[in-house]
Write a protein that binds this ligand. Sequence first.
Ligand code: 5AD
Length: 336
Amino acid sequence: MDKILEKAIKTHHLSKMEIIELLGNNNFDNNIFAAADNVRKKYVGNEIHLRALIEFSNICKQNCFYCGVRAANQNIERYRMVPDGIITLAQNAINKGYKTIVLQSAEDDYYTAEILADIIKEIKKNDVAVTLSIGERSFNEYKIMKEAGADRFLLRIETTDRELYKKLHPNMDYNNRVECIENMKKLGYETGTGCLVGLPNQTIESLADDILFFKELDADMVGLGPLIPHKDTPLKNMTADSFWLSLKVMAITRLLMPDINIPATTAMETIHPNGRIIALQSGANVLMPNFTDESHRSQYEIYPGKKSVDYTKLEETFNKTGRTISKSKGFRQKTI
Ligand code: 5AD
């Protein structure tokens, strides 16, 4: 195990078998987390990048088995923000000093690429980066939004186990998802992907494949977290016990991809009382505070108990641990 870890620290490459060894043995977890923390410090430094998250619509055409805003869930109130409302929220965040605005929604075709392009252009009048997280669209739609000024795009692969992908995503296609992610890269977006950890019948072999997928793609950002079962979904009877495994997948991702941006995800915060700090000390360097209107926050319930922490007083806490809040847009600086 020591040898594998040493190799990861030195070369930032591991074989699938080596990743499986790390994932399958829990005796060295603290060493893995510490090693990822060191690699984080060495390559991306002590700055934490904040991204203001705006969840502007929970109206979804998809039916992902794990997700609380899936189309078939009739127990939530649906909302769709008007462009001016979205721009106002973005402006609030910008006034507070945020340098990245993340526009996230369920898969809602009401927002055409043209509508989104107008919103992006308006936000981009400020000196900020814009990240989109709105699901699968055509190459041409991605292109329109890129040309409007969007800088980054997030689309998790969710799982690279094709059979599992098929079961969990009715009427969706794994190949199309990969193509969407590749299209973002082609168009020059900083590209983010990621996975869920703790899905039914998910194996450590497939988690190793997920990590290798991120590496192979040369993703600029990787966000991942534990499954948190939602009562109005087909996965309601699963257990929420994957915090440590998801943390390990994240830490190994950091070891293999030293200069990328990795968030301490909200799911990690939600499932463990110290999840945010633990993640920041195990490879993460990004936080995504929620800027969604109070009135809509509870409606964007992709999983229960979704945390929305007040980050305003946290700077002090971070400073104590040697971390500072970045004032830059926080693009990936490729070093290797
Ligand atoms: N638990 C944890 N994460 C979830 N997501 C969706 N549903 C859940 C859940 N029940 C994640 C997916 C999606 C991201 C926005 O939220 O990975 O890509």
